[in-house]
Each structure stands twice: as C-alpha cells, then as structure tokens.
Design a protein. Sequence first.
Length: 364
Amino acid sequence: MRLYPTFFKVAFSWMDAELAHTLGFAGIKAVHRSGLGSVLNKVTRPDPGSAVEVMGLRFPSAFGLAAGFDKGATGTHALTDLGFGHVEIGTVTGQPQPGNPKPRLFRLIKDRAVINRMGFNNDGAAAVAPRVAAALQSLSEQALKTGLERPIVGVNIGKTKVVDLENAVGDYVTSTRALAPYADYLVVNVSSPNTPGLRQLQELDLLRPLLTAVREESSAVTGRHVPLLVKIAPDLADADVQAVAELALDLGLDGIVATNTTIARDGLGLRSTEDEVAACGAGGLSGRTVRRRSLDVLKMLHQHAGDRLTLISVGGVTTPEDVIERLDAGADLVQGYTAFLYEGPFWAARINRGLKKAARRVRG
C-alpha cells in the first residue's frame, strides 16, 4: 500500500509548488543529518548487481536524478540516500543569480506534470564548487566503509542571465574552471527555455566554439578527461537533433542528455483544461506528457550515433517499465525528476526494485 499519494494530497497539493519543494528537500536533508540516511539507504540503494559502467565511470545503477532538484549541491549525499545511482546538480551559472520572479513553479496535478520558469536560480559556480567537493568526499568515505559503489555526481552548467550571447563562452568557461575539478561528468545546458536567448546556443555555429572551450578548460584545470555532454531540448526539429549528434561526434564529446523541458502545450494530450494550463504562464513543461517526444528523440539519436555517444534519457520517466523502455531504446543512463515530486521519497527505491526484478527475469 502506497501512502505518499494521500500524504501529497493532504500536505502539498494545496501549497505553492516551490514552497512544497523547499520543505520536502529540507526534510530529506534533515533525515541525512540525523544519521538515519545511512540506515534508510540499506533499504533504498540499488542492488550491487545493477552497477553499470558508462563513460569510464561506475554507476551503482542506470537510474539517477536529473538536474534541477539540487541546484546548489546542498543535499547531494542526502538524495543518494534515497537510492539514486547518480545525482546531476545544477543548473549552475558563472555568477550567482536569484532567478525569475515568483511564482515560477506550477503543478498540473491531473497530468502529473510541472511547468517551471525558475531561471537558473543558484549561488554561482564559486559557491557551489566546494559543496560538490564536500559531497564527493562524504560519498567516497561512505563507499569505503560499505564496500559499495559510490554514487556519481554530475554537474550541469548554464549561462548567467545578464551575460549576453557574445560573452556566453567566457561565462561557461568560468563555471567549468570552478566546477570541473569536482565533477564526475559535466553537462552543458543550452536548452532551458527560461533564460532569454539560451536556446540559440543550440545553433551549430554557436554551439561548436562553446563546447570546444568548455572541453579545453576542463582538461586544463583538471589534467584529466572529464566526460562532457550537451543537454538538448525536445523542441528541436528532427534534422537539428541529428545535426547536434553529428557535432558531438565531430568534437569527440562523450554524449547527449535528451531531453530538457518543452515549451509546447498543444498535441501533448493534457488532461488539464486550457485555462488551467494558461494560468501557469510561460515556462518549460515536464512530466508524463513529454514522454513520447523524449523517447522519440532518444531513438533518433541512437539510430544516428549508435554506441558512439553516451545517451542519457530524461523526460516523462515514472515507472521501472519506463526506465527499462529507455534502456532498451538505446539509453545508457536514465534520469527522472518530475515524478519524484508526485511519487515521493521512495520512488528511486521502487525503480531499483523493478530493475532488479527485470534483471532476474533476463538471467532466468
């Protein structure tokens, strides 16, 4: 029997969505600080047989938490207590910024979807970097004690709003310089709809020098290869998706994260009324309604690039069956986020159990 849906309805459904997120995340961090997180993790963690090697890294499982939940690396270890095989923190920008005016996060509960126009609210790369370092240290110490795989920490970087497109490369390089030394992998986010002009960076003549500069800076400040991926929008035309894949291959990138939120509202089969959707205003839509397009983009990328690129699939993932479907369609890793808000703190554990059962059926 699942109690969280009732708890969500009573405790959170009526509350401002951003406040509910803040309170829920605070609760997760409080459990970790109390020392109960390690006890909880004995129940929630992935089965040791679920570990996968991707980009030269050992992930405890193929399922992780997408960027957007832990923007400032304030609760990374606490989130892995819940069973996520990796946590992608961010999006982090070169300069601290408050994000867009509130309210800026809205739920479409009938669709188990979210519309956000957060605007990369974060404390900036210089402040976030030592938190990532501390999280890695804490996770490494735990892995040493337990003998289990350490959860992986990815870092997602984006453009500061006040920085114009002409200076965007330098802004991303600033973030790279601060964060690459502590990132297991880096993701260049050029696909959020909530920073004016950002999606223009998906144009190949702007994307090529950006990715090249980030890769070069990452190598320079770390003296090692930090896997580098680019995160794309579901709203790209099919030809543009393939063009980004070709660019990634040409530059020798490690992979692509597909996909971000969508600005589309039509043709998604939304159960919410037009007035309910319109009341939320502008922003990126995530949740079950973007499942089909996210899956289509994944299949397209896999067909085009095969095993030459690591593919991280995100968008509309809710059940273990969704995760398995993405893996079967060519994903190396799968991420979720929006369903976490509706499914509750034991969501990752349920995914892990489902993956374990599926693996047993295959072996049997």
